[in-house]
Design a binder for this molecule. Structure first.
Ligand code: SAM
Ligand code: SF4
Length: 461
């Protein structure tokens, strides 16, 4: 059994009122970036003491910095269809929401959206689909991905397409793999069965096991780059974090690596979505920061993704505590980028809190000394799944990811940045170049930056 609710429950009961000495022992282990066992994670989750929670944050900051340095990977979602046969009580795309204008982009419209994203410098997109046999079947999904990859402008192209779509059959997953996706992302929403059944009253999504087994089918179809997630606010966050860990351990045991990423969406108000507008288990900002820090410690090599559902200020804090990828400048309905240019406002999937344009997000990241990254090297060089984890755990991220982040950032500065962002960005770039200790790596990076200045593009290690 992947998720044993009784076991999770008893881990949480046993971990209640944890001994501060034990917490410090666990943090000392976590600081070595070794990850945590479920019982250790449960103890951190049950820690309510302010000072000790402060120490959890401090350790998470150290682990984040050790493994990821100052890099923050950027991407944009591209909503393809809001047609959906399911009735998830928290989602504005649910079938019973008659107040929503339904729309599926044509292939030409997908190309238009992609072009808009390319023109501002995006290189990585997440294509999002509702679940619908007519509007989101595998034939269309394949065509949509293919079309998006095919759009190239003078200085822009999409180099990695991740997808967020409902679980597929083994055969359809094989076709998805052949479409050259990066990550296949599907959130369990809640791992708690009773809550899951309440939240998904009808449609295919009502089948908990079908969703939970999606990554096993994907792995068997050859997709080893998987994105897990929980929709926080549906059930007790402590239970959900442990369940995420058990799911990850299952994948690691069976296929050699856990999920490549974990997303941490938190319920936001949505049109005609009763559970979104009154979350059954609201998660406060402090709890949210704590759970992000604990996930960072429990699975240090798993990327952590945050969307624009959260405010700019909170996103900054969460990046420090463990988030490694953020979306920026997002629109969360089909055709949203084109509408934005035309100043048209349509109902989004959920309310966005961080509405800053990409260039502003990049400016603000630079202001805090972070390196914005558009890197897609690992996916294109086949460093995924077990392969990726093998690399990641040997200091590879420091030697490859930082130079790759700097190269993709340099491209952004040359081709897309506003004058203010270029100015602060060049300073950040110079500072981080200085920080590369290995002389050979430094020389190779400087050489590639020179080539970018001379007009070459898409250089990576
Ligand atoms: N239909 C696909 C599925 O359900 O897997 C994927 C598309 S769905 C639009 C993507 C994700 O949006 C869901 O998995 C859910 O976690 C998230 N979501 C839905 N309603 C939300 C809300 N009100 N606030 C925040 N996130 C929400
Ligand atoms: Fe449909 Fe996904 Fe929204 Fe549920 S979360 S209503 S399956 S789009």
């Amino acid at each position: 059994m992947i998720i044993n609710e009784a076991e999770i429950g008893s881990l949480l009961v046993r971990a209640k009122k944890p001994d501060p000495v034990r917490i410090r022992e666990i943090l000392a282990k976590a600081e070595e970036s070794q990850g945590l066992l479920p019982e250790e994670t449960a103890i951190l989750l049950q820690c309510e003491d302010k000072d000790l929670v402060g120490q959890i944050f401090q350790t998470a900051r150290k682990v984040k910095e050790q493994i990821y340095g100052k890099r923050v990977v950027l991407f944009a979602p591209l909503y393809v269809t809001n047609e959906c046969v399911n009735n998830c009580l928290y989602c504005g795309f649910r079938k019973d929401n008659t107040g929503l204008t339904r729309k599926t982009l044509s292939l030409a419209e997908i190309a238009e959206e992609v072009m808009i994203l390319e023109k501002i410098g995006q290189k990585r997109i997440l294509m999002v689909f509702g679940e619908h046999p007519k509007y989101a079947n595998i034939d269309f999904i394949e065509q949509a991905i293919d079309r998006a990859y095919s759009v190239k402008i003078e200085k822009g192209e999409i180099r990695r397409i991740n997808v967020n779509l409902a679980p597929l059959s083994l055969e359809d997953f094989k076709r998805l793999k052949a479409a050259k996706i990066g990550t296949y992302q599907a959130f369990q929403e809640t791992y708690h069965r009773e809550t899951y059944i309440k939240m998904h009253p009808s449609g295919k999504k009502a089948d908990y096991e079908w969703r939970l087994s999606a990554f096993d089918r994907a792995q068997r179809a050859g997709i080893d780059d998987l994105g897990a997630g929980v929709l926080f606010g549906l059930y007790d966050y402590k239970f959900e974090v442990l369940a995420l860990l058990f799911h990850s351990m299952h994948l690691e045991k069976e296929y050699g690596s856990g999920p490549h990423t974990i997303s941490v969406p938190r319920l936001e108000p949505a049109l005609n979505a009763p559970a979104a507008n009154r979350p059954p288990h609201p998660v406060s900002n402090d709890e949210f920061k704590k759970l992000v820090a604990i996930i960072r410690l429990a699975v240090p090599y798993t990327g952590l993704i945050l969307s624009t559902r959260e405010s700019a200020g909170l996103r900054d804090e969460l990046v420090g505590l463990g988030i490694s990828q953020i979306s920026a400048g997002s629109r969360t309905y089909p055709g949203g980028y084109k509408d934005q240019l035309a100043h048209v406002e349509v109902e989004e999937q959920f309310q966005i809190e961080d509405t800053r344009p990409l260039d502003q997000v990049i400016y603000d990241l630079c202001d805090k000394g972070c390196i914005p990254s558009f890197c897609t090297a690992c996916y294109r060089l086949g460093r995924t799944g077990e392969n990726f984890m093998g690399f990641a755990k040997t200091g590879f991220i420091r030697d490859f990811c930082t130079p790759n982040a700097l190269l993709t950032f340099k491209e952004y500065l040359l081709d897309f940045a506003s004058p203010a962002t270029r100015q602060v960005g060049e300073k950040v770039l110079a500072k981080h170049l200085e920080g590369i200790e290995d002389r050979v790596v430094l020389e190779r990076t400087v050489d590639k930056i020179r080539q970018l200045q001379q007009g070459k593009r898409d250089l990576y290690f």
